[in-house]
Design a protein around this ligand. Sequence first.
Ligand SMILES: [Zn+2]
Length: 454
Amino acid sequence: MPYLNVNQVESALSAAAGPPNELITQLITLPNPTWEGRTCRAIKIASGSGPGRPGVYFIGGVHAREWGSSDILISVIQQLTQAYRNNTGITLGGKSFTAAQIQRIVNSLDIFVFPQVNPDGRNYSMTVDPMWRKNRRPAPPSNPTCPGVDINRNYDFLWNYPAHFHPSAPIVNSQNPCDYQVYVGPSAASEPETQNVVSMFDNHPNIRFFVDIHSYSELILYGWGDDQEQTTDPAMNFRNPAFDGQRGLENDAAYREYIDGDNEALSITLGNRMRDAIQAVRGRGYTVQQSFDLYPTAGTSTDYADSRHFVTPGTEEVLAFTIEWGSPSNPTPFHPPYSEMGNIIQEVTAGLLEFCLRIVDAQAVFVHFVTAQNISGTFPCTTYIDHPLTNGNPNAILFVTHNWNPLGLPSAKGQFNNHPVGVWYAQGRQQWGIFNEDEAAMVEGVAFNVSVYS
Ligand SMILES: [Zn+2]
């Protein structure tokens, strides 16, 4: 069986949205035709609806030559819908998901999949130049033989990188249209393919988790791509012009990108879960690392996704990941023989389903603050969580939210109604407690979600 061509990806997507899946799927036509006039589509998989349902968003086929990414996502769509419909589990090599787990995923999440972001490029790679990476924007008059933009350098995040990065930063971006790999385009988000990916975030504001599927190197990347991370100085961030000209150097103190420490911990936890599920399929060991550890970048999808809530008030925080599937030791690593690609499809499918499952299980624990307890002068207003997942489990990672707005995590404090709220493990009680330092903040009847990652 060969790789799916452009039309086969689209027809598989349309078929997955039709009978007998029509009750749990919705085909989404994206607003911008490609340069060659192709219409792009995504699919939503969900059973039920309601407030507080997190959205999970997977994209693939951004880079034209990475053929297997679209095949992976079509497989995820087909397997998930079929197993849900038939109330069966999914077995992927040595990794299995039960029927009940599949039901929970589809009943609890809005899963958005956009499997073929760059159909023009995929078609060109499959028919003319197998190593083609960019889209097919027509060549500019100044460079009449140089078509194409790297979509994954075109997002509106530090896009004008010479103004923002240190001159010596080894950044893998280019302003030259003739760069075969990483031309950033004429302006930020200039490309219809980029705008299509962004439109999904705009139109589905409950998206809180994002994975962009690429190849190759057997990596799971989280966090920022522009510099190393730090969790202590929120003012040292991509929006602050005081740090222009300093970004992108490794192991220097002059600039490191700010990330909330709890989000960093949660990203690593979710990355490790994907890694373990992938390994269970047939033993391949993927590495979880910060995006910057590969090389510094600007204008990528994951940094854009992470940056949205800083830039646009009212948008949800997104945790974004890149998976680089496939071993560099494959003789043609962008296009492994399809027998090997079949194994990789199983691995990445397992990783993505596990990712969904951890998010669902995190949602499953609800704590409702009906009445806050007033236990002492030190912590004037404290409520303990009494749940089998957290009792006696000091290593649980709690993600405390109100309507999915983060409040606080272990050893950290968040804010609720402008009052400080914190979470800690009480050794004496063997229970987790949520406290605030100001009784006025604890309103009777307010419900919090406590998500548990353990
Ligand atoms: Zn790629």
